[in-house]
Design a protein around this ligand. Structure first.
Ligand code: GAL
Length: 633
């Protein structure tokens, strides 16, 4: 498989005379894929019962004739004004009960039946018209589910759908009362139709209620996507794709991914660093033109799993974006570096957002590969360079990672519902493990919590996994490598209660969490062997064997060589030490890297990436500023 490049293009934004030239220039620049259509509903269907696809027919022909493979999209992330007028209550409602307005995008509520029908109607029209079009090689369904905080909706439709979801799940109100323990604070219900969404309560709502609402909301996304996918499958053989986002965890991507052929995601390294990262100000300053060296890689690994091995970058940042609090210019060479980081992780396609910068509307300050006047922006030469390099370096095959991290969306929701300490973040905990492994020069696989076989790995970590699924439990029982769990692993039942036999409920771990405490940001608990616990600490008792302990005498790491449980959230020093120890017992060779240098091994090549403006020399390898180099293994 030779990876390919592409770009996101909006024919409806440009005069028709320009389309051919654009297509030819894309080809001349080394791009071979083009994604279109995801926000063009108002041009496809200007009003009810009035469709106009002639322009789109011509656009697809022009792009395809020029030699481009087209990714056509369903336009349901941007329902036009007339659809909202027809269904005024289709708008998403926030947790304050405030309806969001028309005038940008993603304004629909996943639970609105009328909108669901509209979405299926337009999907069917497109599927019938273009399903067999030879130029269309893939379909993107909708755009970035959940972006702009749009998974959870507190609308009347959501409340109605939630009640029916609960009825279906619990069958009897007594079972629900029992499962949620509604005896607490006299929250018992007599009937399902009394149950509301868990917002605007005086103080916190019942966590079991909230967790079910999060599961329900995720299921609504799954249902929405599945219903479009079913229509498409009936009309096309082309690949079905969705473009997920960075650090959006409000729905279970693994389950959405089961209905698609390929996972893709939208990678904006500088936007994410400014907008989402919890790293400190010094880190953000240091990496402001490079991006967090691990953030993209984490998502590449995550979406490789979501896509069952097949994944793309659908939108790659090409220059400054417009939407983060600060929008710096990437350092020269970074667009190339980001592209190669994706390719080294197995991306089949890297597609840049967008071909040409729009001179109007919300994203007029967002760079493209071309400036608004059609001249080349700095990202274009870098994309072309990658295209040329890909001709020389064809054989980029993935290899089995030796270490893996279990990542679970439901645990994200559970700990958001009940963090117990302001700073506790499941994503943050997992990401710290990821960063630590990567700083040791390792390739990492991300596994879903439904994974059935761990035998391919030497080390598997599952911090914060609220509940261990039966199939994973069986896999752990027969796993011969090192399992590292904790903190918070196996600490809740599926109903979000403390398990009867006190946590951790983790196969092979003997010990009991007697109590937990959370720590303010400037507090920590030091570990005798080095490093500290931050944020979260458990007091473990009845442990078989204490491997490490804290300076205050509390157990820090318990278990044996193959089954270990950590009592708290380790800082990078502690984590690197503990993970390195396991690597050495498992004969995994590590390469200690400075925080600006990362590497990725494929079957034939080792790729080195320098996320900084100065030359770096690591292990005798000289890395130019913002440089990528590869050597044969
Ligand atoms: C993505 C989105 C694109 C565009 C881009 C700007 O999240 O899918 O449509 O808005 O961000 O960076």
């Amino acid at each position: 498989m030779v990876p390919k490049l592409g770009s996101c293009y909006y024919p409806e934004h440009w005069p028709e005379e320009q389309w051919k030239k654009d297509a030819e220039e894309m080809i001349a620049s080394g791009l071979s894929w083009v994604r279109i259509g995801e926000f063009a509903w108002s041009r496809m269907e200007p009003e009810e019962d009035n469709q106009n696809f002639k322009w789109l027919d011509r656009a697809i022909s022009i792009l395809g004739d020029a030699g481009l493979n087209v990714v056509m999209s369903t336009p349901t992330a941007a329902p036009p004004r007339w659809v909202v007028d027809k269904w005024p209550d289709m708008l998403i409602v926030d947790s304050n009960g405030q309806s969001r307005k028309f005038g940008s995008r993603r304004h629909y509520c996943f639970s609105h039946e009328g909108y669901l029908q509209e979405s299926l109607r337009i999907t069917k029209i497109l599927a019938e018209r273009y399903g067999k079009n030879p130029y269309i090689k893939a379909w993107q369904l909708d755009n970035e589910y959940g972006c702009h905080e749009t998974t959870l909706s507190y609308s009347v439709s959501a409340a109605k759908a939630f009640r029916s979801w609960l009825t279906n799940k619990y069958k009897s109100i007594d079972v629900l009362n029992e499962s949620w323990a509604n005896v607490f604070w006299s929250m018992e219900y007599n009937r399902f139709d009394q149950i509301d969404l868990p917002n605007q309560t005086v103080c916190e709502a019942n966590p079991s209620h909230e967790l079910d609402f999060r599961r329900f909301s995720s299921d609504q996304v799954i249902k929405f996507n599945r219903s479009q996918a079913e229509i498409m499958r009936a009309h096309t053989e082309a690949l079905l794709i969705h473009n997920y986002m960075g650090q959006i965890t409000d729905f279970d991507h693994y389950v959405v991914g089961d209905d698609l052929d390929i996972a893709s995601w939208d990678s904006y390294p500088l936007g994410f660093l400014e907008d989402r990262s919890t790293q400190d100000e010094d880190f953000k300053l240091k990496f402001m033109r490079f991006g967090d060296p691990d953030f993209q890689a984490f998502h590449h690994d995550l979406y490789r799993t979501v896509g069952k091995g097949r994944w793309w970058v659908m939108e790659q940042q090409p220059g400054p974006v417009n939407w983060a609090p600060y929008n710096p210019e990437p350092a020269p060479g970074m667009v190339r570096l980001w592209s190669w980081e994706a390719i080294a992780h197995g991306a089949e396609v890297v597609s840049y957002f967008r071909w040409r910068q729009a001179p109007f509307a919300q994203e007029q300050m967002h760079a493209g590969l071309q400036r608004p006047d059609g001249s080349s922006a700095p990202g274009l030469a870098q994309a072309s360079q990658v295209a040329k390099e890909l001709k020389e370096l064809k054989d980029i095959q993935q290899v089995q990672a030796k270490v893996a991290i279990v990542f679970d969306y439901e645990s994200c929701w559970a700990w958001e519902v009940q963090p117990q300490g302001k700073d506790f973040s499941y994503f943050g905990l997992i990401y710290d493990y990821y960063k630590s492994f990567r700083s040791l020069g390792l390739s990492i696989d991300i596994l879903s919590p439904y994974h059935k076989n761990l035998d391919d790995y030497k080390i598997v970590v599952m911090p914060g996994l609220m509940h261990i699924d039966k199939s994973l439990e069986l896999a752990i029982e027969s796993f011969k490598g090192v399992l590292i769990a904790g903190p918070r692993t196996g600490s809740k039942t599926l109903n979000m209660h403390v398990p009867k036999e006190l946590p951790p409920i983790v196969p092979g771990i003997k010990g009991t969490v007697a109590s937990v405490e959370t720590l303010r940001p400037n507090a920590s608990i030091s570990i005798e062997e080095g490093g500290n616990f931050i944020c979260w600490m458990e007091n473990l008792v009845d442990c078989d064997n204490v491997i490490e302990q804290c300076d205050d005498g509390r157990p820090a790491l318990i278990g044996n060589k193959n089954r270990q449980y950590l009592a708290g959230w380790p800082d990078q020093e502690a984590l690197r030490r503990i993970l390195s120890d396991s690597c050495s017992t498992q004969n995994i060779s590590i390469t200690s890297l400075p925080n600006n240098v990362r590497l990725r091994d494929t079957l034939k090549y080792r790729f080195w990436f320098n996320y900084s403006e100065t030359e770096s020399i690591v292990g005798g390898v000289k890395l130019p500023p913002s440089g990528v180099i590869w050597e044969s293994i």
